[in-house]
Design a protein around this ligand. Structure first.
Ligand code: ATP
Length: 573
């Protein structure tokens, strides 16, 4: 199969608009290394390059994907990465995005036009047509465990990522929310380390004192969710071999568990991992895998110091120091670095290139060497932004993160009536598992109180609650004890509640990236999902702006007499 990847160049990635990312693209401890890189794909892979004129005004990350189309001013979103293949539940749902009445214009780049590189990659067809995990070459013990958990068919992003990671490439994995990115990196890692791995000759001689894999996540909830995913695969007898190192939990107990259980894999938040590592209780120098899940958030300013330590120490071979001429390179070559998010901004591409060897961008149905992507340097004006800078360009990263199976609406309401509107919306849509987002912590309680007063089971979740309370709340919500989870940005990323059928924005998200991550809590793995933004009349222009940036139809609506009434589309500039 030949995949032509056109227009890969300068505007492959519109920078996620968040304050976070470009700050670190060229900072942190990592500088661009000019390494000779021979990019290898499958055994059969090869690629050629030709310079072509840029004739398109809408060059986007989406243009990397063979299936995406931009036609006649309408962006038709086709079914992308998706859940498991035809046999599976996801495709059984037969979700078809309905865009016909929507008048969105194609996403335009704010960047100057220039020549682009057209790359043609020849990729082993089997990469994308795996119908089972066996075909991806996973070891038998691991496949047994997957079967026991009812996991038989890889999602598309898993089919693409597993062989690439198994070939020891550093990788950036980008695919929309709920498409199975966690197993896309866990499975190739568990094929190489731990009790389910492929047997090797060194097995009997290896005395392990360091952990083999470190997985970093920005929130305790996400960290714990990944731990549960690893535990599920390892099975009851071996689940002690994964250790959570999340903040808010008892640190000495975590340190004791490290000593006693000698886990081969740790999952945690940046602060706690670097704290325990600095105390000499976590040995990661011999570590083979470093995963940064929700990497664009982890590279934000907030985590700078902790991430610096983690990136410096994980996989640092003993005997090398940062003063060695090849120090940084030697260290990097010891570990495989895997960066994961639904939203991959320029800064992540820059970072991945500077840390990785042969790094590639893996998306469902496409694998692209990072070397082939030209990323503009961050430009900062006095005001912190420049109209030509990537930070000001349309947020294509957010566009690519939205599952195609979502329906988007907005309705207006006075601030004091929002909770009533929320209730009417839930009834009209007959939603059973609802996540309602607000921007601050304080008003959450009030909303819960009002909902409960009207007989709707609701609970709040935010960072001021203790770790135990947070996990109890989440468990009860997942178990269906509460119909509505009222929460803030804490829950916007990574949280996997497959049953969630409705996401509500009670406050407007700060930008399209935040909209996309919130929205991604529903419509997981090909399921249907609805996103409703409840805003004040004066805020509707913000919704229209996001609609334009995201190129999705966010339709105006109202909820009356227990029904959803969709208004006629107004013209969208
Ligand atoms: N091959 C598979 N077959 C069936 N279910 C799967 C498969 N892979 C993943 N899942 C399930 O799909 C759900 C979504 O997976 P996951 O949380 O990894 O998505 P994600 O892409 O990381 O989402 P986000 O970007 O929101 O973090 C999870 O419940 C997971 O257990």
């Amino acid at each position: 199969m030949w995949i032509t990847v056109g227009q890969v160049h300068r505007n492959v990635f519109a920078l996620a608009s968040s304050r976070s990312c470009f700050v670190l693209g060229d900072h942190l401890p990592f500088r661009m290394l000019s390494l000779p890189r021979a990019v290898r794909f499958h055994q059969t892979a090869s690629h050629g390059t030709e310079i072509v004129e840029d004739k398109s005004s809408a060059l986007t990350l989406a243009s990397l994907e063979v299936q995406n189309k931009v036609e006649n001013g309408k962006k038709e979103r086709v079914k992308r990465t998706g859940g498991p293949k035809p046999s599976s539940r996801a495709s059984a749902l037969n979700v078809k995005p309905k865009f016909s009445s929507f008048n969105a214009k194609p996403v335009k780049s704010a960047l100057p036009k220039s020549a682009v590189v057209r790359k043609t990659l020849k990729i082993d067809e089997s990469l994308f047509s795996a119908k089972s995990f066996e075909e991806l070459g996973l070891p038998p013990l691991l496949i047994d465990r997957l079967n026991k958990e009812g996991l038989t068919t890889p999602t598309e992003v898993q089919s693409a990522a597993i062989p690439i990671i198994s070939q020891k490439h550093d990788a950036v994995i980008q695919s929309y929310t709920g498409s199975g990115k966690t197993l896309a990196y866990l499975l190739p890692i568990l094929s190489e380390i731990g009790p389910l791995k492929r047997p090797t000759e060194q097995d009997s001689t290896n005395k392990r004192s360091d952990v083999d894999a470190v997985i970093v996540a920005p929130s305790r909830e996400l960290g714990m969710q990944i731990v549960r995913e690893v535990e599920k695969i390892l099975g009851p007898n071996d689940k002690r071999l994964v250790q959570q190192l999340v903040g808010g939990a008892n640190r000495s107990r975590q340190e004791e568990a490290l000593k006693k259980n000698k886990p081969f894999i740790v999952v945690g938040t940046p602060g706690r991992i670097s704290e325990i590592s600095a105390a000499g209780k976590l040995h990661t120098h011999g570590c083979r895998f470093l995963v940064l899940d929700e990497v664009d958030q982890l590279l934000s300013f907030n985590y700078r110091e902790d991430m610096h330590r983690i990136l410096e120490h994980v996989g640092k071979k003993s005997g090398t120091s940062s003063r060695d001429i090849l120090g940084p390179l030697a260290r990097r070559s010891e570990r495989q670095t895997i960066l994961v998010s639904a939203t991959i901004p320029f800064s992540v591409i820059r970072a991945a290139r500077s840390w990785g060897h042969d790094p590639v961008l893996v998306r469902a149905m496409s694998v692209v060497p990072l070397d082939s992507i030209t990323v503009p340097r961050p430009v900062l004006s006095q005001s912190g932004a420049n109209s030509n800078s990537p930070s000001n360009s349309v947020n294509q990263a957010a566009v690519d993160s939205l599952p195609p199976s979502l329906e988007h609406y907005y309705c207006t309401s006075k601030a004091q009536h929002k909770v009533d509107t929320l209730r009417r919306c839930i009834h009209a849509l007959e939603a059973q598992t609802v996540i309602a987002f607000m921007n601050n912590t304080k008003p959450l309680k009030d909303v819960v109180f009002k909902l409960e007063a009207r007989g709707m089971k609701a609970t709040e979740l935010h960072g001021d609650l203790g770790k135990l309370t947070r996990s109890t709340v989440l468990k009860k919500f997942k178990d269906g004890e509460f119909r509505v989870l009222v929460t803030n940005e804490l829950s916007a990323r990574g949280l996997d509640v497959p049953e969630c059928d409705l996401v509500i924005n009670l406050d407007l998200p700060t930008d399209s990236t935040h909209y996309a991550h919130r929205a991604g809590r529903t419509g997981r793995l090909g399921r249907k999902g609805t996103v409703v933004t409840i805003c004040e009349e004066t805020e509707t222009f913000v919704v229209r702006k996001m609609r334009k940036q995201l190129a999705v139809p966010i339709k105006p609506c109202e909820f009356t007499e227990g029904k959803l009434l969709v208004h006629k589309e107004e013209d969208v500039e």
